[in-house]
Design a protein around this ligand. Structure first.
Ligand SMILES: *Cc1c(COP(=O)(O)O)cnc(C)c1O
Length: 368
C-alpha cells in the first residue's frame, strides 16, 4: 500500500517503466527510417499526462500529440523542450496562446491555415502540421481543399509545414481494404507536398508494416499496454493495475438477492465481498453481473449491478479474505483489453474513463 493512500481507497498503479519500454519497442519497429512520437491526449489515456510525458521524454521521446489546446498548455511545463502538436486544430482567438507556449497546431482546413498565416509576426515562419482526410471523414482537409492548397501554394507562405498527416480508420483490422486505400491516397498527398515530412500511423498502423511508417509514427494506446494487434497476442507490456479494497464481507446463509434491481440471487451459503469501486470511477454499469476479479490469487465473479461507488463479488471460494484486503480488477492476468471485452467496449474507453477518485501510484524506472 503506497503510504499516501488511505486504506479504504482504490489504487491505480501505473508502471512508467513499462510505458517507456513500450515506447522503445514502438520506436525500434520504425527505426531508423521513421521517428516515433507519443500521443498523450485525454491525460495520457487517463493515466496522468504530467507524469507520463516526462517518463516518455526520459525514454527519448521529443514529439507529443494532444487533442486540445488546454491539454497542451498543461503539458508544456512538464516537457519544456518537446514539440507539442494539437490535433483538434486552431480556432479563432487561440493563436496567441499557441505562440506564447510554442505549441504547434495541426491545421484541419483552409481557414485554419489562413488564420495561422495571419498570426505571423515578423519574418519567422510558424510551425504547423496539416491534416488531410484520407477516409475517416472526421478531421482534416477534404480532397477538394487539398486540390486548392496544392494549386495555390502561396497559402502556405510563412508556414513551416513540418508534417502532412492523416489517420487510419481500420488499422486494427489487418486485412481491411480501407488500409491500402488510405495508404494510396496519403502517398498521393505526400507527393504534392514534397518538402514536408509525412505522419500516418497510430499504434496499429505501426504494426501494419513499414509501408505505413513514413517519417513519424504516432502511437498512443500501445504505450499504455492496449493490444495494437487484436488479431494476435499482445506484444506490449502491461502498464496498469487496479486494486480495490474490501469494505465489508457478508455471510449469507439463506436465499437473498444482491444489489440494485435484485438482479442476482443466491440460494445457499455464500460470502459476498463489497469493494470500493463503482461507475463513478469508470467501472462501467455494463460490468453488472459480468466478469471476474482476482482475490488472493483466485478468480472470483462479480455479482449484482455495479452501483455508483460499490460493486459486489462472490468470494465463497476464498475463505481467507478479510475486510481491508485488496482485490485486483486489472493486472497482468486480467489485462485492460480482456476487461473491456467483458463490457462490450474497448480498452481505450476503460482507461480514459478511469475516474478521479483513485490514488494514482506511479512505479517503475523509465530509463531502465
Ligand atoms: C488518438 C490518435 C492517435 C493514436 O492512436 P492509437 O490508436 O491510440 O495509437 C494517432 N493519431 C491521431 C490523429 C489520433 O487521433
Amino acid at each position: 500500500m503506497p503510504s499516501d493512500a488511505r486504506a479504504s481507497q482504490s489504487v491505480l498503479t501505473i508502471d512508467l517503466g513499462a510505458i517507456a519500454a513500450n515506447y522503445r519497442a514502438m520506436r525500434e519497429r520504425v527505426a531508423p527510417r521513421a521517428d516515433c512520437a507519443a500521443v498523450v491526449k485525454a491525460d495520457a489515456y487517463g493515466l496522468g499526462a504530467v507524469r507520463v510525458a516526462p517518463a516518455l521524454a526520459r525514454a527519448g521521446c521529443r514529439i507529443f500529440f494532444v487533442a486540445q489546446l488546454g491539454e497542451a498548455v498543461a503539458l508544456r511545463s512538464a516537457v519544456a523542450d518537446a514539440d507539442i502538436y494539437v490535433l483538434n486544430g486552431l480556432l479563432h482567438g487561440e493563436e496567441k496562446e499557441y505562440r506564447r507556449l510554442r505549441l504547434i497546431p495541426v491545421l484541419n482546413d483552409l481557414g485554419q491555415i489562413a488564420l495561422w498565416q495571419k498570426a505571423r509576426n515578423g519574418d519567422q515562419k510558424l510551425p504547423a502540421a496539416i491534416h488531410f482526410d484520407t477516409g475517416m471523414s472526421r478531421l482534416g482537409l477534404s480532397p477538394h481543399e487539398a486540390d486548392t492548397l496544392a494549386a495555390e501554394p502561396q497559402r502556405l507562405d510563412g508556414i513551416d509545414l513540418r508534417y502532412v498527416i492523416s489517420h487510419l480508420a481500420c488499422a486494427d483490422e489487418t486485412n481491411h481494404p480501407l488500409n491500402r486505400e488510405q495508404l494510396r491516397r496519403f502517398a498521393a498527398i505526400r507527393a504534392r507536398f514534397p518538402h514536408s515530412k509525412g505522419s500516418f500511423a497510430n499504434s496499429s498502423g505501426v504494426c501494419l508494416g513499414s509501408d505505413y511508417h513514413f517519417d513519424l509514427v504516432r502511437p498512443g494506446c500501445a504505450l499504455y499496454g492496449i493490444n495494437p494487434t487484436p488479431e494476435w497476442p499482445n506484444p506490449m507490456r502491461t502498464v496498469v493495475r487496479l486494486d480495490v479494497p474490501i469494505l465489508q464481507i457478508r455471510e449469507i446463509d439463506r436465499p437473498a438477492s444482491v444489489g440494485y434491481g435484485a438482479t442476482h440471487h443466491v440460494t445457499g451459503k455464500t460470502r459476498v465481498a463489497t469493494v470500493a469501486v463503482g461507475y463513478a470511477d469508470g467501472w462501467l454499469r455494463a460490468f453488472s453481473n459480468r466478469g471476474t476479479a482476482i482475490a488472493a490469487g483466485v478468480r472470483v465473479p462479480f455479482i449484482g449491478r455495479v452501483s455508483m461507488d460499490l460493486v459486489t463479488l462472490d468470494v465463497t471460494s476464498v475463505p481467507a479474505l478479510h475486510v481491508g484486503d485488496m482485490v485486483a480488477l486489472m493486472d497482468e492476468q486480467l489485462d485492460v483489453d480482456t476487461v473491456a471485452t467483458t463490457a462490450g467496449t474497448i480498452g481505450y474507453e476503460i482507461l480514459t474513463g478511469l475516474g478521479a477518485r483513485y490514488h494514482r501510484h506511479y512505479v517503475g524506472d523509465p530509463t531502465a
